[in-house]
Write a protein of this length. Sequence first.
Length: 263
Amino acid sequence: MKAIIKSLFIIVISLTALSCFAQGQDSFSPKEVYKSNDLIITQVAPNSFVHISFLQTNDFGNVPCNGLIVRNSNETIIFDTPTNNESSEELIKWVNQELNCKINAIIPTHFHNDCLAGLQAFNDHNIPSYAHVKTIALAKENDFVIPQNGFRDSLVLKVGDEIIMARFFGEGHTRDNIVGYFPSEKVLFRGCLIKEMNASKGFLGDANVEIWSSTVEDIKKRFPDVEIVVPGHGNHGNSSLLDYTINLFKTRHFGDKKISGLN
């Protein structure tokens, strides 16, 4: 009888510990871990960090631009460069010295300056770069620094004992926009393809607004368990950002007319 009671006690203690651990994971509070005039880094999960740099634009003023750092076993992978080489150097230094991590790869998610303009700094540190073949073609076309390695549909890279995924789902904000996903923390980085809550449509000069919603719908189907969604600009959130973006760009056809934004 004593053996049975002892076994039950051990089971209860184990379940309580697991419950506390799970609650600790669920209740992680985002916190700013670095800030300068040109770069802000916010930790959004135990091993996921949003880096924020700034881009001066004619139409939207000084725009904060998001990228993502994911970490495992003293290794990192970064999605999107900061908006210039100086801020990229600052980010690289922070990852190396403060996180004490190696950077395995930099992955620009499309060809605009808020994703690609700091690429030369990563090249100077011999950090491999990966991008969709369309991003490479558009970088060449615009005389930008060109990512080194291309992929067509999807890419999987190791970061420590974990993986990241990058995949092209279709056009939207640009012809080449891809999505990045960190499965171990269910973090989705979708750059400018995804809008923060209550955002406007933003810059549409290279967009395909007619299929934007369907592209995001495909992403939502592929990652149904996503917990953190990081847009290209503004605050991160959850899958509600996907729904907001889908509705923002949804178009209905009535005869020869198109009416956007209908549910």
